[in-house]
Ligand binder design. Structure first.
Ligand code: PMP
Length: 288
């Protein structure tokens, strides 16, 4: 498997970074995950804009222009067999003597790899998945896509331990997001989305969902979602670039709605798949 590291494409077995890399020592870096359908990076400009926001958030300058990123990503896609892939892009502050303060005059470490993208199988979307809840104990800048993911790792493992797919996070009695996804609920046929803030990652899929409901005149509201509303929701939906849109049918062992994926999920997923297909065919499309 060919990966990109600091200006070169090379087999992953030959790719090494020094142990003093600040990504390894401090988790001092940011990342992106970009889905690729039919060899085209999906919503690439949005992912690059979020990367810029994350870099600004950790005060690291962007090592490449967007045109350069596009070129590198295209080359990486070309190295891989699968038509559908997901790119993992990772930038750290670089290698320096261990000291918390920013080092001067060092170069960032830039790493990218691509793997085959396997979106959730149809049977799973027909059945739905289970989730649990946990208190959101992460830091106050969850809008930065930071590589330091220990809290997310621990929270996500709670779901795995419980035989569930995702841990839904609550902070001060309100829904924030999932350990590795954004979360929407449906209440009385209306989609409710927690508003973007420092307490959640502004998901690229979250944006697509809101564009789709707006453009197709489906009822929705962007407003804080209280724990009680989450627990009594008619439907709960999970979104992410690799999982797309998934229906959650049980929360902490209690059925959501009738325990089957609901009509809002089916409609939204249909719109999402259609939008994806149009984008893949290379048409100039909006999400309407
Ligand atoms: N929130 C968190 C914490 C995530 O890790 C992710 C991505 N895995 C998301 C939300 C969803 O973001 P996106 O739709 O851009 O993949």
């Amino acid at each position: 498997m060919m990966i990109y590291l600091n200006g070169k494409f090379l087999p992953i077995e030959q790719a090494y970074i020094p142990v003093l890399d600040r990504g390894f020592i401090f988790g001092d870096g940011v990342y992106e995950v970009i889905p690729v359908y039919s060899r085209k990076a999906f919503r690439l400009e949005h992912h690059l804009a979020r990367l810029q926001d994350s870099l600004n958030g950790i005060r690291l300058s962007n090592p490449h222009t967007n045109d350069q990123w596009c070129q590198l990503i295209k080359q990486l896609i070309d190295y891989h067999d699968s038509d559908d892939q997901y790119i993992y892009l990772h930038i750290t502050r670089g290698v320096a003597k261990r000291d918390h303060a920013f080092p001067v005059n060092i170069s960032p470490t830039i790493f990218m790899m691509s793997n085959a993208l396997l979106t959730p199988p149809k049977e799973l979307l027909q059945k739905g998945v289970l989730a649990i809840t946990a208190e959101d104990n992460r830091w106050g800048r969850c809008d930065i896509k930071a590589i330091s993911l220990l809290p997310n790792v621990l929270l996500r493992q709670l779901a795995v331990d419980a035989g569930a797919t995702e841990t839904i996070l609550l902070r001060d009695g309100f829904l924030t997001e999932g350990a590795a996804s954004n979360i929407f609920i449906v209440k009385e046929s209306k989609l409710l989305a927690p508003p973007k803030s420092h307490l959640m990652l502004p998901g690229i899929t979250y944006d697509v969902v809101l564009e789709l409901v707006e453009n197709h005149a489906l009822p929705y509201d962007v407003r804080p979602v209280a724990e009680q509303e989450l627990r009594s929701a008619n439907e709960i939906l999970l979104t992410s670039s690799t999982k797309e849109i998934m229906p959650i049918v049980s929360l902490d062992g209690k059925l959501i709605g009738d325990g089957r994926p609901g009509p809002f999920f089916h409609k939204l997923n249909q719109l999402y798949q259609h939008y994806k297909e149009l984008t893949m065919r290379g048409k100039q499309v909006s999400s309407s």
